[in-house]
Design a protein around this ligand. Structure first.
Ligand code: AMP
Length: 143
């Protein structure tokens, strides 16, 4: 299974924000949309960074309530690891495990075309395993 297959059922919508957005607005967006991360885009929609609930918690711990008036551009992770539609589920699992993060934006020709979360990875990995089990069962029962 690869990212293109996942995006076909999951869809390509990604929640984004500009670097000048305040951390308070970011917190509200994360809460309202019930998501764990927002991709920060610069001019031309290019990926400029990513902000996750972990960054928000860390910023509050370090700066106190003032963290909420900071712009997301000051707090976000700038060095974003991305994947493309050809990336496999196994590669994504390795990327997330090694990088210790749970979100990977999908970029094609410099354009943001989707976002894979660890929830998607688990969901599609389980579906893959169920297919394998069924194939093994029918192989064993049909001889
Ligand atoms: P997460 O597990 O996604 O909540 O993120 C944990 C930390 O990794 C946070 O500091 C994020 O900003 C950062 N992060 C999340 N996704 C990525 C990514 N694809 N590339 C680089 N850093 C990331």
């Amino acid at each position: 299974m690869n990212v293109a297959t996942i995006l076909k059922t999951k869809g390509r919508a990604v929640t984004t924000a500009r670097p000048e957005t305040s951390m308070k607005e970011i917190a509200e967006k994360l809460a309202v949309k019930k998501i764990g991360a927002i991709v920060i885009v610069g001019d031309g929609g290019r990926v400029a960074g990513i902000i996750s609930e972990r960054d928000l918690v860390r910023a509050i711990a370090e700066r106190g309530p003032g963290a909420l008036t900071a712009s997301v551009g000051e707090v976000m992770t700038r060095n974003v690891v991305t994947c493309n539609e050809g990336s496999t589920l196994d590669e994504l699992m390795e990327t997330m495990t090694n990088g210790r993060f749970r979100h990977v934006p999908v970029v094609m020709d410099g354009n943001l075309v989707g976002l894979i979360s660890i929830g998607d990875v688990v969901k599609y990995h389980l579906a893959d395993m169920a297919l394998e089990v069924n194939a093994m069962r029918s192989y064993l029962t049909t001889g």
